[in-house]
Design a binder for this molecule. Structure first.
Ligand code: CA
Length: 424
């Protein structure tokens, strides 16, 4: 599938500073509010959001016949449900309107104040109403590290791991958009030397560096999505921090998997970068050996080169980059995850969210959780202010950033940021 909007030669008449996440080749989708607008769909160029409701209402995308209500709804679900022909059509139309040689919007300065607003002047909202949320466990380096730490270095991966993308059904209600804060969770923990469990605030509060994809097309119960067709069902991607309470997790997870250790908060970045904008950054993944079953096989390069960074910022302090990873280290692709998720006939809906699982790379600085970065707390991270972290402290802010870069084009996801408050 070729997209004119991905042409690396395109330049916008709107200013895009070097290093911006939002050049004309990105044009992601989001939802914003400000003092005048309660919720309008938007895109982004440089430091500005583009109000899609105002743009379409003023006749700049008439050929697409977009029902205007979907652009002023409290989620993008109905817009996304119009289908990729329409949503990608709007991205292509935006690209046309923003390219330096096009005068249609450029010369109508009277619309600019309605359509363009500084990102710093608006509030980004949770872009979708998330129906169901699934979390996978698809990074081989992460699964190997965790298996080594908690079970057996010689058999770090469980026997099923290389045969299916392991996952579990998570909770959607506590997924928040970047910029929120939440309280340290409380729960049962059983310290290794204690005979009985204790109750209290989690002492081992961790992050999980992940991405998530959003379902853009529903299926009916009984239908399955093949790896070949999966991209038709994937609308786009966001950054995802799957906050995890390791001490609660260790005690509760047997035999059904994580429960209260994971469902108290997750954070996503506000911009959904479309799968189409990500196409130029496809790359090959790890070789899958042993060979996977036919329904999990796929053709072509289906991994993505997305550079990922994690920052920890103490209250009033400086940003400390604590990890640098890459989505390309994923063992299982999104297409395989979706094929596996639906192979039994499980239906999916527009707005469902499926997270990658912690993305770790092979090198110690590429680990996607503090559990791994500090190797279970045995190698604390030194911060610029001289303090140390084994896990996340109260009032620390964690920010995940992500971007793709190839030649002169760099497209990014914006920030996935949240602050941990003390337990209530
Ligand atoms: Ca996770």
């Amino acid at each position: 599938m070729s997209s004119k909007a991905n042409n690396p030669l395109l330049q916008s008449w709107r200013e895009v500073k070097p290093g911006s996440d939002f050049p004309i080749q990105n044009l992601p989708f989001g939802l914003y509010s400000d003092s005048k607008v309660s919720h309008h769909a938007c895109s982004a160029i440089g430091d500005y959001i583009i109000d899609l409701y105002e743009l379409v209402r003023n006749g700049y995308a008439d050929a697409l016949n977009i029902p205007i209500e979907v652009l002023r709804d409290n989620s993008l679900n109905d817009f996304i449900a119009l289908g990729k022909q329409t949503t990608n059509g709007l991205r292509e139309r935006l690209s046309e309107l923003l390219v330096d040689t096009n005068r249609e919007l450029q010369d109508h300065k009277e619309f600019h104040f309605l359509v363009f607003k500084r990102q710093s002047d608006v509030k980004m909202l949770l872009p979708i109403q998330i129906g169901d949320y699934t979390d996978f466990y698809s990074s081989i380096d992460h699964a190997t590290n965790v298996g080594t730490m908690f079970r057996d270095p010689a058999n770090a991966l469980l026997p099923n791991w290389k045969h299916l993308p392991v996952g579990y059904h998570g909770r959607a209600s506590s997924i928040c958009v970047s910029g929120h804060s939440f309280h340290r969770p409380k729960g049962q923990q059983k310290p290794p030397d204690a005979e009985l469990p204790v109750f209290g605030p989690s002492k081992l509060l961790d992050i999980e560096l992940e991405t998530a994809f959003i379902i853009g097309k529903s299926t009916k119960m009984g239908e399955s999505v093949t790896t070949d067709k999966a991209d038709e069902y994937i609308f786009g991607m966001v950054l995802f921090n799957d906050w995890s309470a390791r001490d609660i997790q260790t005690w509760e997870y047997v035999p059904l998997g994580p429960f209260l250790a994971k469902n108290f908060a997750s954070t996503i970045s506000p911009w959904i970068v479309t799968l189409e904008a990500l196409e130029p950054f496809r790359t090959s993944g790890y070789t899958q050996e042993p060979k996977v079953l036919p329904y999990l096989q796929y053709h072509g390069d289906k991994n993505l080169d997305i550079k990922l960074e994690v920052y920890l910022t103490p209250e009033g302090g400086e940003d400390n980059k604590i990890a640098t990873s890459n989505y390309k280290y994923m063992y299982w692709t999104m297409e395989q995850q979706l094929a596996h998720h639906t192979v039994n006939g499980c239906n999916i809906n527009v707005g469902d969210m499926m997270a990658s699982g912690t993305i770790s790379g092979p090198e110690p600085h590429e680990y996607g959780s503090m559990l791994e970065l500090t190797w279970k707390g045995t190698k604390p991270i030194k911060l610029k202010d001289g303090s140390e972290r084994k896990f996340v402290n109260d009032n620390d802010t964690i920010t995940i950033k992500g971007y793709c870069e190839k030649g002169n084009v760099r497209i990014g996801f914006g920030e996935c940021k949240a602050k941990l408050l003390p337990a209530k």
